[in-house]
Every structure is written in C-alpha cells, then in structure tokens.
Design a protein around this ligand. Sequence first.
Ligand SMILES: [Mg+2]
Length: 304
Amino acid sequence: MLSPIERARLSLEGLSLGDAFGERFFVHPHTVDALIDQRALPGSPVWHWTDDTAMAISIVEELEAHGTVDRDSLASRFTRRYVAEPDRGYGGGAHRILQSMAEGLPWHVVAPSVFGGTGSMGNGSAMRAPPLGAFFADDLARCAREAGLSADPTHSHPDGRAGAIATAICAALVASTALEGRALLEATLAHTPEGPTRVGITRAIALDHIQSPRNAAEILGSGARVICEDTVPFSLWCASRFSRSFEEAMWATVSGLGDRDTTCAIVGGIVALRVGHHGLPSAWLERREPLPAPIDRARATQPP
Ligand SMILES: [Mg+2]
C-alpha cells in the first residue's frame, strides 16, 4: 500500500510522462495522424516535459512540506519555478499572472484581475491536479476543498476551480476504488461544482455508445480553447475508458489532438494510479527528461 505522498509521486510520474509524450505530437498536421495511426513513437531522443509538469511538481512539493495546500506558499512555488524556467510552454494568461507575482504582486490581487476581471478558467488548474487527488484519495470532501485551494493562486474563475476539483476527484476515485467507465464519471460528477465543466462531464457520461476517442473529442472538445470545459470532460472520458493500460490511454488521448500535452498529462496522472509504477512503460520513462533531483530521489526509494 502506498502512502498518500507516494501516491502523489506516482501520479506525478504518470502526469509528466503523459505531458512529455503528448508534447511530442505537436508536429505537422499532415503527419500527426499517420504517426498516431501507426503508433510510431516520436523520434526525439529526449522527451521534454512542459508547464504541466512544472506546476504539478510544485503541488507535490507543497503537499510534502505542509500536507495541505497553503495558497501563499503554493503561489511562491509556482512563481519560483516560472522565474527559473519561463520557457516551459506556459500559456499567455499564466505568463501574465506569474510575471506579476514575480514582480511582487500578491496572488489574490493578480489572479482575479486577468481576462477582463473574470479570472482564469484555463485548463492549467486541472493539468496539475491529479497528484492532489492521489494525496487526498481517502477523503473526497477534503480532496475537493484542497483542489479548489490549489486553483486559487492562478485560476479564480469558478470554472477554473471546477476543472481542478473534477480532475482531482477522478484521480482520487481511481486511487481508492475500482470504478471505471460511466460509473467513474458519475462518481466524479457528484463532487463537481455547477458550471460548464460539469455540463461537459454530463455530456461525456452520455457518450457511453461512442468507441472512438476522435469522435469523443469532436463532441467534447480536446483543449483547442485551452480552458477547463473543453479539456477536462474529454480527458476524464479517456481516463475512465482506458484506465487499465497506460499505453492504450495515451494513444487514445493523443488521438483527440487539441491541447495534447495537457490532455495526456491529466490522463497520465490519473491512469498511473490504477496501473502502478510497473504499469508505466519503461522505454518511455527512459526517454522522458528527468524530473528535478529531490523528486527523482524520492521515486528511487519507492516499491515497484
Ligand atoms: Mg504544457
């Protein structure tokens, strides 16, 4: 049995692998479909991870340090990592928020001010949430609360929070139950706040008859708008359908195209909790850029 922090690290491992895998498929539109149809692994020798992993590392470090989400502390971690490596593929809104925090403005002033004062509902709140669900898998009400807190430093729009909550809850359920498919989505929905992301998950539940991830992506969206409502429902649909095999889950998710590093990060962070360390393809892990030393050292001490 893994401890909560070991579960969070396992989720981070899957998340970063999905992030690095999906990012490799931002190739010419004429070639991407053939690559995916042939299941051809991208040729680059090192699969670099992106902002999804950078922010998820900060979440895991925060949980390791405090066992809870302290928003001031988490905002500092996000900001420090951004300042150290601003070119990890952050979106435009994230650049504005993190840059302002780096200049000394507090998160509770910056986060609500973006996008004309609505706050962000970008999918960045969800992409980093699976390790949090893993950590709080034994208490779903607390999981939802902490996921909301984890969104606040950057995503103050209610649907930005909802995307983080739905994603964390789905991860928690995969870690703590045997639920899959429609039942997993329905259990996730029960803890998801009202709003467009919740509507999208309801739509995903109704796609029981659909087999093709591409068709599901056409109906649900796969992150072309880079917001929670067009990213989280498709990601959770993929995770619910392919939770028994990390590789099947990744090929299915990337075939939906869209914001593919983020959809694969979310699905990877969830599915890792079902398949365990031994279910992560070692040939893929060898190609993924290593995670920062403290996180990697922790991994080395874990059971297989
Ligand atoms: Mg990214």
